[in-house]
Design a protein around this ligand. Structure first.
Ligand code: NAD
Length: 370
């Protein structure tokens, strides 16, 4: 595991290709990282493990303790995707905790990944896919949603009972100040690597948990005088995302608000094959994965878009290893192939050159420079 402020030459990465297109896209991300290694003088050592349907086939469970331990001991984890067609009875005619996707929840819990980071970036070349009007898109947008992942309404006590003859369901939304502080620190750290603006999203006009959220976020902000902090109510934020997305840099928010807003933000980019994500714990350790699933409909055909996974690898370099120049080099190479007109099928448009998954990986790797 990397300690705060530490930089090194050798990095141990656990790779979890998973199911469907997972092995194809992870292969391309490793290809690009290897080129970064050559150009910048690092060595990325990969340990490949099974998770999801392939782990069920091999071991009968979606995640083994050994796999979790391998991930825990490494510097970071790169994941493709898990899961298959729900028609696959071998994986799905079983209890929910034995299905492929249960591996995802178990690894996030096992590694204590409480901070979910999802960028939403609009490439000028792909602006046609954005469902917003041109005048709203303006010069595009480039934001990151920092979502608290292990607290709040989804993890609070819940029950359903009959009260005075009426069925009544209760869900509890709980946050303590430590849970808020640690996610706020992550958001401000990330803002320091970006345009130094945090918009903290809550519902402080109604919820006590949001009022505590606001208070703690303001305390954390005092340690980051260079970062501008603004508060925004969640209903307003949902509107602002489709009215003026260019105003956002880092959005910091709790679990349920983040669940909804991050999906909204990703949809306005219009390109699921381009969206990266990360989940991190208190140290610099993270699990990096594309936002999309295992796309079983196109698996094994060499037509998947590997860019979301390649950009997830760039996030790993930036956030887990503090290799900012190397991350920038990957993002610049992705930008360059798009500018040159290369597209996988999912982002193809008239006049571009259609390429497969492995060729896209080659093109990006070839364009990595210092
Ligand atoms: P999906 O994201 O896998 O696919 C949705 C659509 O987008 C499909 O048409 C697919 O072909 C396309 N697509 C997705 N990624 C693409 C890429 N990189 N390049 C080109 N096209 C791409 O979602 P789904 O079909 O709802 O789910 C398929 C499986 O993935 C299910 O088993 C689901 O549970 C699982 N899943 C896993 C994760 C994860 O591992 N984190 C996330 C979501 C879904």
């Amino acid at each position: 595991m990397i300690r705060e402020g530490e930089r090194k030459m050798n990095y141990n990465i656990t790779t979890i290709p998973g199911d469907g297109i997972g092995p194809e896209i992870v292969r391309e991300a490793c290809k690009v990282m290897d080129k970064v290694g050559v150009v910048f003088g690092h060595h990325f050592q990969y340990t490949e493990v099974l998770m999801g349907g392939c782990s069920i086939d091999a071991y009968g469970v979606p995640l083994t303790e050994e796999t979790l331990e391998t991930a825990r001991k490494s510097d970071s984890v790169l994941l493709g995707a898990v899961g298959g067609n729900v028609g696959n009875s071998r994986w799905y005619d079983v209890a929910p905790n034995l299905r492929p996707e249960a591996g995802l929840l178990a690894i996030r819990k096992g590694l204590n990944l409480f901070a979910n980071i999802r960028p939403a970036y609009l490439y000028k070349e792909l602006a046609e896919a954005c469902p917003l009007k041109k005048e709203i898109i303006g010069d595009g947008f480039d934001m990151v949603i920092m979502r608290e992942l292990t607290g709040g309404l989804y993890f609070g006590e819940r029950h359903t009972e009959e009260v005075d003859g009426v069925m009544t369901a209760v869900d509890t939304l709980t946050y303590n100040e430590n849970e808020i502080r640690r996610i706020a620190v992550k958001a401000f750290d990330i803002a320091m690597k970006r345009r130094k603006s945090v918009i903290s999203v809550d519902k402080a006009n109604v919820l006590d948990s949001s009022r505590l959220w606001r208070k703690v976020v303001e305390e954390v902000a005092k340690d980051y005088p260079e970062v501008t902090l603004t508060h925004m109510l969640v209903d307003n934020c949902a509107m602002q995302l489709v009215m003026n997305p260019g105003q956002f840099d880092v959005i910091l928010t709790e679990n349920m608000f983040g669940d909804i807003l991050s999906d909204e933000a990703s949809m306005i980019t219009g390109s699921i094959g381009m969206l990266s994500s990360a989940s991190m714990n208190e140290s610099k350790f993270g699990l990096y994965e594309p936002s999309h699933g295992s796309a079983p409909d196109i698996a094994g055909k060499d037509i998947a878009n590997p860019i979301a996974t390649i950009l997830s690898a760039a996030m790993m370099l930036r956030y887990s290893f503090d290799l900012d120049a190397e991350a920038n080099a990957i993002e610049a190479a992705v930008q360059q192939v798009l500018t040159e007109g290369y597209r996988t099928g999912d982002i193809y448009s008239e006049g571009c050159e259609k390429v497969g998954c492995s060729r896209m990986g080659d093109l990006i790797a070839e364009r990595i420079t210092k």
